[in-house]
Design a protein around this ligand. Sequence first.
Ligand code: SF4
Length: 218
Amino acid sequence: MPVATETRWKLNPFLHIDEDRVYNPLTDRSVVRGDAAWAQVRQFIDSGDGDESLERDGWIVRNDADLSTASRLKIVSLETMTTCNQKCYFCPVSIAPRDDYSMPDALFENIVEQLTEYRDTLESVFLQSYNEPTLDRRFVPFVRTLFAADLPVAVLSNGSGFTPAKVDALIEGGGLATSASISRRSIASATRRNAAPIISRSCFAISITSKTSRSLSR
Ligand code: SF4
């Protein structure tokens, strides 16, 4: 028999509640209409009736629960330098570029060490924020450091710094999740510099590294 819950539990305030789906970002789980737990979760939402199983699965929490530090780390954006070689019109870099600055190696290693505690929940460690990560002369060593720490590396790049040598080194390291956005301006510039073979090789290699992301290569 359901326990009167008004004084014991409340709905987990982190839940994303839609008509046909309830998602809990702290457990990265969702229930949809038709799932076994759907009726139970909906019942609590509608009437406040629930039991320990809902609390165990994170849908409800004790009224006095302290959730101020609750979190789940899935995506990391680790910007190792501020430099970018583009001025994409939609990006803050185009109107407010920052002075060049590189993260000290020791800080990078310290952050990687801290991230290893989150291996179970991490889906991607991006080496990028508002910069072009492949311009960093330490790009390949940094990727190798993340590989060695068994962290899921991902790169968003405008593709301009993916030299054949860098791509070969990354493929050799096992490949990584990569997304390349190559602007028309980059291609036009490369064409002017007669660098089309490099762009072509990089695109080809990026495709390979995407297909051999670490989750597939194991
Ligand atoms: S390449 Fe990326 S970081 Fe650089 S200006 Fe374009 S969107 Fe911004």
